[in-house]
Write a protein that binds this ligand. Structure first.
Ligand code: ZN
Length: 175
């Protein structure tokens, strides 16, 4: 099983929702809504990222065929939550502390006083932990979205518990 921060993925232009969730679970997930297939392949090759896509035609490109690029092919038609669980399971990552869901930057803990001008007063009072993105400056705190995140985390961890012990990987694993 890979350590969370050693897995780096590149999400194709259709996988923005998956990218955001992967970042919430600490996976380094690049995503650009405007990227075309050629640029995506070059970017993934340059940074050795595993490509997340459901696009069969993209996967016919040479770097996938000759094994230079690994990928996870998303089954078509799954709801977002199922997609996220599927990707995490295939990658074998253990959910970890979050990265910035907006830009994929790393988050650093911040004291309440440091973020007082960036957080609504009500949240500032009730929230106990604050984080700031080292790249875009976005501030996050444990608030209204946290329950949804925890529910997803629990689902992912259940998947992990149910994962059969080491065996022949399924054929759609990475390539
Ligand atoms: Zn950010």
């Amino acid at each position: 099983m890979n350590e969370p921060h050693t897995v780096r993925v590149a999400c194709d232009a259709m996988c923005g929702g998956v990218a955001r969730w992967l970042r919430i679970f600490g996976v380094d997930a690049s995503y650009s809504p405007d990227i075309d297939d050629g640029d995506l392949v070059r970017h993934a090759l340059a940074e050795q990222r595993i490509v997340i896509t459901s696009d069969r035609r993209l996967l016919e490109r040479r770097p996938f065929a000759d094994g230079r690029l690994r990928h996870v092919r998303l089954p078509v038609g799954l709801p977002l939550e199922q997609q996220v669980r599927y990707v995490i399971q295939v990658l074998g990552v253990v959910p970890d502390g979050p990265r910035c869901s907006a830009c994929n930057g790393e988050l650093a803990p911040r004291a309440r006083a440091d973020v007082a001008d960036r957080v609504p007063a009500r949240s500032l009072i009730w929230a106990s932990e604050f984080y700031q993105c080292s790249r875009c400056g976005e501030v996050f705190w444990r608030g209204t979205h946290w329950r949804r995140i925890n529910a997803m985390r629990q689902a992912v961890e259940r998947d992990t518990d149910e994962r059969p012990p080491a065996e022949t990987p399924p054929t759609n694993r990475f390539n």
